[in-house]
Design a protein around this ligand. Sequence first.
Ligand code: XMP
Length: 526
Amino acid sequence: RILILDFGSQVTQLIARRVRETQVYCEIHPYDVSDDFIRAELGKGLKGVILSGSHASAYDEASMRAPQAVFEVGVPVLGICYGMQTMAMQLGGKVSFSDHREFGYAEVRAHGHTPLFQGIEDFSTPEGHGMLKVWMSHGDKVTELPPGFKLMASTPSCPIAGMADVQRHYYGVQFHPEVTHTVQGQAMLSRFVHEICGCAHDWNMPDYVSEAVEAIRRQVGDDEVILGLSGGVDSSVAAALIHKAIGDKLTCVFVDHGLLRLNEAEQVLKTFADNMGVKVIHVDATDDFMGKLAGVSDPEAKRKIIGREFVEVFQREAGKLKGAKWLAQGTIYPDVIESAGAKTGKAVTIKSHHNVGGLPDTLHLKLLEPLRELFKDEVRKLGVALGLPPEMVYRHPFPGPGLGVRILGEVKKEYADLLRRADAIFIEELRNFKDESGKSWYDLTAQAFAVFLPVRSVGVMGDGRTYDYVVALRAVQTSDFMTADWAPLPYPLLAKVSGRIINEVRGINRVVYDVSSKPPATIEWE
Ligand code: XMP
């Protein structure tokens, strides 16, 4: 196993994720664990330690040091960014301090053939120097190598960008191998854990399931747990995992606000209640939501109403379950990455994130968040390992307020019914149409949906005049949802979807395609 000591970097979890990708088990702990903790790890099969980066300067917080035992137990150590600096300081090198920081792409010259960089190179200079394309972040720099270390990498502005003591297996890099901008980062981490630490490729998703199940059992004991099941990927995977751990002690509350996609409620109930035997309380609150939304057309007001009503309905149902002590949520790592203390409590607060506004405080329940350490694609793999249907697990994201933000202006049941049918046709055809490589357009887009426009236009159908509503199609390509491009859907696909919607959904006589990117538009229309 690999131990990652967290000095508070925003990307410490990424290191863990990369190590997991190499099929090696790892754990993250705060940097200030005791020397005894480190020695005890050795007894549990510790093979190597990675020291993370930090938001702090090695100078500001001279006390942020790795436990000295890290350098005494005889396992390989990799220091990343701050981790390399503290390693340098602790082993007798020097770091020069600066309040000027540099971030970004850099080309680093690799010196010599250390085991870490062996066979790894992005290009070579005309003089024959091996070069690496990396993501660098530095201000403070190592200015004097500790005794026993050799220079491993350098750039003009950072002469010691990497250092190695091959004999003792200590390595430090000033850049971040864990981010994808460092082209060979994954290869370096893989070399560290396999070749240098000697870990086998023996950890996988089924192992993760058993570890996570054990952890949940330890955490909740015999207590009962409730979970708000939305049908989205995260809450579904959390429900499946917790159910595996504690069975009937989990009760899911599925609040149906009447703004779900076509047949979505039935599918969720079929998967969880019928197939998996999960206790699900189905609350059909369509009338409550529609009643509260009547006459409201401002997008923010609609969101607030839906959010508040959701909390109210959930609370009412949860209140009936007297034994429940825990509230489970499908919070995943990107949800917490910018909020206080990601995982080990060492990261700075950039902004607070409320996944389900207000719930935990008012219910006096303890929070159970078993997916907190995982990234979206890991959550999906976990879902498949737990036996959830791949179509459910690989579905496009769907916003909490549902069709409420896809019906522009006032939300009416009649509009929702039309939109649901148009949306289902769009999604069905996206799944049917494939590109040259055989991949469906559903998989080639990150999110796609129909939007109901409450304006009517004139059309002609058969011999008659129509005066009906408009539906806009939206399909985007993005990896992070922060920026997105509209998807270049093939014309035959658009033609098929438009033809089917207009013919099959009476009440809609015009279909348009949204060709706006984000920014300046957003993905959703409201
Ligand atoms: P925008 O429209 O901001 O959407 O470009 C970015 C991503 O966030 C989703 N989204 C939401 N998800 N609750 C959610 O759970 C919300 O209120 C919400 N609003 C937007 C949106 O579907 C897209 O994936």
